[in-house]
Design a protein around this ligand. Sequence first.
Ligand SMILES: Cc1cc2nc3c(=O)[nH]c(=O)nc-3n(C[C@H](O)[C@H](O)[C@H](O)COP(=O)(O)OP(=O)(O)OC[C@H]3O[C@@H](n4cnc5c(N)ncnc54)[C@H](O)[C@@H]3O)c2cc1C
Length: 377
Amino acid sequence: MRILVVGGGIGGLALGAALGRRGLVADVVERRETYGDEGAGIVLGPNVMAVMKGLGLHEEVLAAGHPVGLARITDASGRVLQQTPYAVPGWPLPATAIHRSRLLRILRAASPAPRLGVTLSRLEDCAEGVDVAFSDGATGRYDVVVGADGIGSAVRRHVCGVDVLPRYSGYTCWRLVVEGHFGDAVVEMWGQGKRVGVVPLDARRSYVYLTHNAPRRAEAPWTDLAGFRAAYAGFADPARSALARVDRLDGLLHNDIEDCLAPRWWRPRAVLLGDAAHAVTPNLGQGAGLAIEDAAALAWLLATMGPSDEALARYERLRRPRAERIRDRSWVLGKVSQWEGGLARTVRDAVLSWTPESVSRAQLEAVVRDMPGVPIG
Ligand SMILES: Cc1cc2nc3c(=O)[nH]c(=O)nc-3n(C[C@H](O)[C@H](O)[C@H](O)COP(=O)(O)OP(=O)(O)OC[C@H]3O[C@@H](n4cnc5c(N)ncnc54)[C@H](O)[C@@H]3O)c2cc1C
């Protein structure tokens, strides 16, 4: 079977690895010229770690990352609003936080090497498959083309026949990695229209993310380090200690937070995966996990049913409801967590702190256990 994967990000590389486990070899093309020490942190839940085990990669992820036993939400003063153990009975591998570039390195080593600096210049159906022309002048004929090319997917246009525009959440996010370990829990602190998250990456580094409400594509509300510190000065530890470690602003990553759901995920001989099909806001920390799950599901269907319409339709039927559920929950959670109004926040914080741990645990378990179409082990 001739398979082309467009996009060598988390989803595309996971697909390359998953196909390889099933004896199939894909061509992978990636637009960027190199993989650097890019990105910040990613948390992979126990379910995604089980998928990584199926790819034979869980030990490398555990060695390169940090197990996360607890997820905690606090207010800006550090008062705990909700605390949820990140362990789910029946899923023995721990949730693991890992630097994105380390995860990419592990996936790259297990996938066919992507052709770097290459994108598509033409994609056309023919009687024997799909004819593709690449930006480097090469051409190829494939049985199926997989769009793993992220939220701005070009393959999505081919599959859906229209441009599908992302939906902006109303808040923007800054990410960085700092020296220091501020505890083993993932902590997210909710302030007034702002959040700070602190995630242990290993024994000496932490991933920090900061959100604030802002119009789309707004400039940063600070011009220097003092302004940056002042913007989040109201946050207690662990945010305060983590932000005290920031000594320059040029390493900050910035994304407006958006989601995007393709109205259809496949057409004959072309299919979407990961953010190209369903970018979700990062409030549940599931986007990369969904892409890895998709990869395992699609590899299994292609290996067992071939690149048929039935296989691609089944893939969408199995995966879309979960992606939609996570998209919707994540959207609402993001909106509520970014509230600015005093009364609304007081009520919200009270409800959260009165909610028994059993409820938040059940919600987490529902996300972890609901993985249709994904072969485990
Ligand atoms: C601020 C933020 C924080 C996040 N935190 C988390 C988290 O903690 N946990 C989590 O699970 N998820 C998180 N996510 C989501 C996660 O990053 C994405 O869901 C995940 O990266 C999706 O993987 P992907 O491979 O589908 O897309 P991408 O990672 O976007 O990869 C797409 C790849 O395709 C390449 N490409 C694009 N267009 C072309 C083209 N035309 N030709 C060739 N190559 C192309 C790109 O260069 C890229 O390498 C976060 C996202 C954001 C914005």
